[in-house]
Design a protein around this ligand. Structure first.
Ligand SMILES: NC(=O)c1ccc[n+]([C@@H]2O[C@H](COP(=O)([O-])OP(=O)(O)OC[C@H]3O[C@@H](n4cnc5c(N)ncnc54)[C@H](O)[C@@H]3O)[C@@H](O)[C@H]2O)c1
Ligand SMILES: [Zn+2]
Length: 342
């Protein structure tokens, strides 16, 4: 077990990597603790939950909405929760985002702990304090930044994940490797079989290194003034693909990363060889690479996305494997890359 500390302005987060969920109860030190989860996680792992009241949110991205948050608020009210009460989100990225947003806003902020149960959530979504919900078909339009008190990553919870969810998790891991950790990228290339088999020794490296990339960037730029935008690599185009094609987040950002790498090549920041390395690793994981939507529709979605700033979009472009920088990219340039691939 390894402990990492993420010190932020919105709070300090203790990240327990490889800690058994059996130790969760000892971290829930409030007089009133409440668990937020979903039906699948409860079915597979509910028997390991500490003995606190449990609230379920609906399944799927379509439930990451304000009405779902309102239902949580109403339950909190019924249960007479107080500012010192603790919300514990146990689930994937959707549960973490919903529990995090509800806990950050109810009574202007309650205590929060997260137990991520998907690879996406352990390697990415539960780390860094960002939470939020979708609005009007746009991703994470409403949200807050607030570090959870703790994030407990028990690798054994991943054993019940469907294969498609495992592949999606690797998309975020590859993102972290591609933007800032060349040695993690090589490790994945050389040990993909062990990693995808979720072997404990592989998870210890993959999840630890992935969290280290994210938490180091967040510690430097918690409120996304600059550096944190690097974590959006693949997400400008990926979010548009997610909206237009309705495919899972990890698959959409795999498509986004491949396209944004081609954009990096067209700017001569990245060699064609390195773009191919990225495309090959994504393909070996079994993630899709081709854009399945009309470029014009994707551009329209990007235009309306929250990261739009005047005419250009701030995007993370790769300058090599393990290196990237944030650049202003005009929409026309993104359109050209999407048209080329279509
Ligand atoms: N806040 C952030 O910084 C951040 C970062 C990355 C992604 N995200 C968000 O995370 C979401 C995607 O995360 P996700 O893929 O974890 O979504 P998810 O929460 O929908 O989980 C995927 C599916 O796996 C099921 N599941 C969860 N744990 C399981 C387990 N241990 N065994 C079996 N089934 C299990 C869930 O019920 C769900 O059906 C997106 O909404 C994305 O925007 C947020
Ligand atoms: Zn993501």
């Amino acid at each position: 077990m390894r402990i990492m500390e993420l010190k932020g302005k919105s709070g300090n987060s203790k990240i327990l990597i490889g800690e058994p969920i059996a130790h969760l109860a000892s971290l829930c030190t409030s007089e009133k603790n409440v668990i937020v989860t979903d039906r699948n996680v409860r079915k597979f792992h509910g028997d390991k939950f500490p003995d606190f009241p449990v609230l379920e949110v609906g399944l799927g991205e379509g439930n990451k909405t304000l009405p779902a948050v309102q239902l949580l608020y109403e339950k909190f009210l019924e249960m007479e929760l107080e500012r010192g009460s603790m919300v514990i989100g146990i689930g994937g990225g959707i549960v973490c985002d919903l529990a995090g947003f509800a806990a950050s806003t109810y009574l202007r902020g309650m205590r929060l702990g997260l137990v991520p149960t998907t690879l996406i959530a352990q390697a990415d979504a539960a780390i860094g304090g960002k939470n939020g919900v979708n609005l009007g078909g746009y991703k994470n339009l409403v949200g807050a930044i607030r570090q959870p008190e703790f994030v407990l990553c028990d690798f054994s919870l991943l054993s019940t994940l469907p294969e498609r969810e495992v592949r999606c998790g690797f998309a975020e891991v590859i993102k972290h490797a591609a933007i800032a950790d060349a040695s993690l990228f090589s490790y994945l290339e050389e040990n993909l079989h062990e990693a995808m088999g979720l072997k404990r020794s592989a998870m210890e490296k993959v999840i630890h290194d992935s969290i280290l990339v994210k938490s180091s960037i967040v510690a430097k730029d918690e409120y996304e003034k600059g550096e944190r935008r690097k974590l959006n690599f693949g997400h400008t185009i990926g979010h548009a693909v997610e909206k237009c094609c309705g495919i899972p987040h990890g698959e959409a950002i795999a498509i986004g990363m491949a396209a944004e790498a081609r954009l990096s090549v067209s700017r001569k920041f990245l060699s064609g060889k390195d773009a191919e390395r990225l495309a090959r690793l994504l393909a070996n994981v079994g993630l899709p690479a081709n854009v399945k939507a009309e470029p014009a529709k994707l551009i329209d979605a990007i235009r309306k996305d929250k990261k739009r700033e005047s005419e250009g979009v701030k995007m993370a472009l790769l300058e090599g494997i393990g290196k990237c920088s944030v650049q202003d990219v005009p929409l026309g340039e993104i359109e050209a890359v999407l048209n080329d691939a279509h």
